[in-house]
Structure formats: C-alpha cells, structure tokens
Design a protein around this ligand. Sequence first.
Ligand code: F6R
Length: 369
Amino acid sequence: EKGGYDYFMLKEIAEQPKAVADTLLGRIDAAGNLSLDEVRIPAAELREVDKIVIVACGTAFHAGMIAKYAIEHWTRIPCETELASEFRYRDPILGPRTLVVAISQSGETMDTLMALRHAREQGARVLAVCNTNGSTIPRESDAVLYTHAGPEVAVASTKAFLTQLVACYLVALYLGQVRGTKWGDEVRAVIRELSEIASQVERVLETMEPVRELARSLADQDTVLFLGRHVGYPVALEGALKLKELAYMHAEGFAAGELKHGPIALIEDGVPVVVVVPSPRGRSVLHDKIVSNIQEIRARGARTIVIAERGDAGVAPYADHLIEVPATPTLLQPLVTTVPLQVFACELATARGNEVDQPRNLAKSVTVE
Ligand code: F6R
C-alpha cells in the first residue's frame, strides 16, 4: 500500500512530479491556451469580477497566499487571502462581482465550508480548488477546479499543496486569458515553464540526500526559524508548519523584511535559520535584499540553511548549508523550494522518533469548527 516506502508521506512526496503533471493534463493546449471547461462560471461573469478573496486553512492557506501574488501580478484584479476561520466571523464585504476561491484538499474542512456558505449568501461566486471528487466544498460551490494529486493519506499535506499551487496558477492565467490582461511574453514563458515543472520537481527529489543528513544532525535543536520574501514568505510559513506538526519543534516563519522589526532578537549562536532565496535573475532586488538579511543573521551566529537557485553565486558564500533548486520563474519557485522543506520535516520527525503519518493531536480532515 505504501509502495515500498516506510511512510505514506514519503510516498506522497515522491508522487509530486506525477501529481503536478496530472493537474496540468489537458488544461493547456499546444498553442499555450488554457481550457478550464469545468469552471462553469461564464467568461462574461469572470470579466466582471472586481475582487478575489481566497479562503482556506493551514497548508491550503499557504497555497492561497502564493496565489495572491500570481493573481494580482497576472490579472491586476485585487486579491486577498484570508484564513477561513477569520473571514467567516468578521463581516467581510462581498457582492456579486466578488469571486471567492475556496482551497481544500479534503473538501470537508468545516471552517472553509462555513466561509463559502457565507460568501454565497452574500451573493458572491465561489470557485472551489479541491482534491476530493464529490466532497462537500465542491458540491456547494458554483464551480470547481479539481487538483489531481490522487488520495493523500499522510496527515501532513505535501502533494496536495503542490497541486493546489498549480491549480491556482491555472486560475490566475485563465482569468488573465479571459480578461485579456498581461497576455504577453511573460505569461507565455510561464505557461511554457509550467509544462516543464514536473521534471524540475523530479530533479529536486533526486538531490535530497544531503537535506536528510542535515535534518538528522538537527534532531536535538529546540527551534528552527524560516525566512522568505515575496512568494518565498508563504513557503517559509509552510516549512515551519510542517516542522511543527511532524517534528513537534518550535518553528516559525517570517517575512525576511520583518527581521528588524522584532524577530532578529531571536537570533543567537547556533540557531538554524532556513532561508528561501528568490532567483537572482528577474526581480533581483528581492534577491539582493535577502542576501543582506542572511549576512545580518549570520553575523549574529545563525547557522544558515539556504535554499537557492542552482548557480546562485551571490548567496553561496553566506550559506552554511546550501540546498540548490532548478531555475524557475519567480512566481513558480514555490513548486521547487517547498519540496526540500517537506523532506527536511519528515526526516527530522523520523530522527526524533515521531509517527510521521499520524502526528499527535491532528486529524486528516478537520470537520469541526
Ligand atoms: C498541514 C495540513 C493542514 C491542512 C488543513 C486544511 O500539513 O495538512 O494544515 O492543510 O487542515 O485542510 P484541507 O485542505 O483538507 O481543507
């Protein structure tokens, strides 16, 4: 059942290239046009959308945070991402031109379900991004874009997260296509790169042995911190969440730009800090700023674990441990930078003797508020 792996989580991490490819399958044609026929919201209505609100919990919320960067950049539609549990109870402003995107692996998460019910009562359209056919959330939504990750058994979400990202990119690109925004070379390049992304994820998986070794060496630590910027920020949050739930360690993710506003006080000799570094190509200002953050924390004794694009010579001198990932466009980078963090958390949990597939106190689907 576990296909020769010790844990479902390891199997599901390994299945990610296929999950990503399956989620793209049939949705981009040879000319680079998207066809999301399942999204039954008429194009005319999608052209009228003036605000997008993404609601989700946990790991799915992190996918939604990343989606915000892509949606606003590619479509110029204002987008906010909110925890479903907060959204529901704060009297959010919604109307018929609001598109609510509810992201859920299980399709049964009560907070997300309550959020979408509330949104529909206010007249908003709801699009579900879901991995479970026929579950409650897609049944109660106006439309659904299914992720094709296959069944996810381990409590900690891995392949579902990567496919949620792919689905969100597809939604963003589709909205851009329907509305004719930003349909230029950049978007065409992204669509090309998306078709390559499964093999990039495969390449990351082939280079994970040093990450496992590193994780084992950190089994006695109390705290691990995670830093990122732009789409690397939600990746940092996701890395920290995985470590909490699997290794039961104190782990926190921060936006690197916030360091000086408080978190840098946590840095002391030997604290491991994982830093997700944006590509030095493209928006290089993001890259350069995080390199100076790494220098700052290293000067204060942090042990820097750096996830960076292969061949990034600018950051290499400041990395105590360097984890290289293939080059991708900035917005797609979470698809490759998340994978080492999953492996890291899984290996640390194993090294600490924890039950990987069934972490304490957690359930796979949270059907109570
Ligand atoms: C973390 C994890 C949870 C879920 C969250 C939402 O690894 O699995 O944080 O992401 O409970 O679940 P779904 O996506 O089923 O709504």
